[in-house]
Design a protein around this ligand. Structure first.
Ligand SMILES: [Zn+2]
Length: 279
């Protein structure tokens, strides 16, 4: 059902830099509030990637990066919630990290984006959705539901900044594709098996990944924040963020997908090696 696959070009955009607490990368089962309160160390600065995926039927932007507005006053909520946000991650968004600048460097533009998708609603993934205007933005139904909760910030979602977009919630349906049997469902973006969204919850309740299968290069799985480092995912080590058992379960499914699709490259949103892996 998936042949013949088209040629697809994938570019890693760098829409900001972030440093996080070590437990955000390599978890040990420590409760999030505890390490948030006590952590002193930061990781090194890591890229905030979005990915431009050029399929013959259209250019899809997977994730949108961190907004430069986040560096200004009043972006984060006040009180304890805002304090938790600032303690968990620090961002840099230089002029060249702007979404428009990154797309331009890739020979594209915001107007050229035909369709977007966000792995999840955290600010460094959905932070620039407002720039996309009427362009449809796919996200999982479970993630979209967070926006109507009483307090989305409890899931790390700043609804004031990421809530306004032309969201198209995705309902995953069972796939006849044997390679995808390990997932509870899938959403085939263009109906040709080349770009398929799959649920990989845990980091947030509705986190999802994008499988890219193409004629011209190895298959890719863009996993958002399911892991910061594919080597950790391979070892079954998950961050101390979100639902650890769901992350372990999603990680296992990704490892099984790797067995079904030999040569699969896992691309994490904050992996400094992502551009090299695409080269
Ligand atoms: Zn995240």
């Amino acid at each position: 059902m998936i042949a013949p696959l088209p040629e697809i070009d994938v570019v890693a955009l760098t829409c900001g830099r972030v440093r996080v607490r070590p437990k955000n990368i390599r978890g040990t089962g420590t409760p999030m509030l505890w390490w948030t309160l006590t952590a002193r160390a930061w990781s090194r600065w890591l890229p905030v990637h979005a990915f431009l995926v050029r399929h013959p039927q259209g250019a899809l932007l997977f994730d949108t990066g961190q907004s430069p507005e986040s560096l200004g006053q009043g972006y984060y909520p006040g009180g304890l919630v805002g304090w938790v946000f600032r303690r968990q991650a620090e961002f840099q968004v230089a002029a060249e990290h702007g979404l428009a600048a990154q797309l331009e460097a890739a020979g594209s533009s915001i107007a050229d984006v035909d369709l977007a998708a966000v792995s999840h609603l955290h600010q460094d993934h959905a932070g620039n959705v407002a720039l996309l205007g009427e362009t449809s933005v796919l996200l999982s139904r479970a993630e979209h539901d967070l926006l109507s909760e009483k307090d989305p910030s409890l899931h790390g979602v700043l609804a004031d900044h990421v809530g306004a977009a032309n969201y198209r919630p995705v309902d995953f349906t069972p796939s006849a594709d044997p390679a995808l049997a390990v997932f509870e469902g899938a959403h085939d973006v263009f109906g040709d098996g080349a770009l398929v969204l799959v649920p990989t919850p845990g980091h947030t309740p509705g986190s999802m990944s994008l499988l890219v299968r193409r004629a011209n290069a190895a298959p890719l799985l863009l996993v958002g924040d399911l892991t910061y480092d594919p080597a950790l995912l391979e070892e079954g080590i998950v961050p101390d963020v979100g639902d650890r058992s769901a992350q372990r379960d999603s990680s296992r499914r990704v490892r099984e997908l790797s067995e079904a699709l030999p040569g699969l490259i896992v691309l994490a949103a904050h992996d400094p090696e992502a551009q090299a892996l695409l080269a």
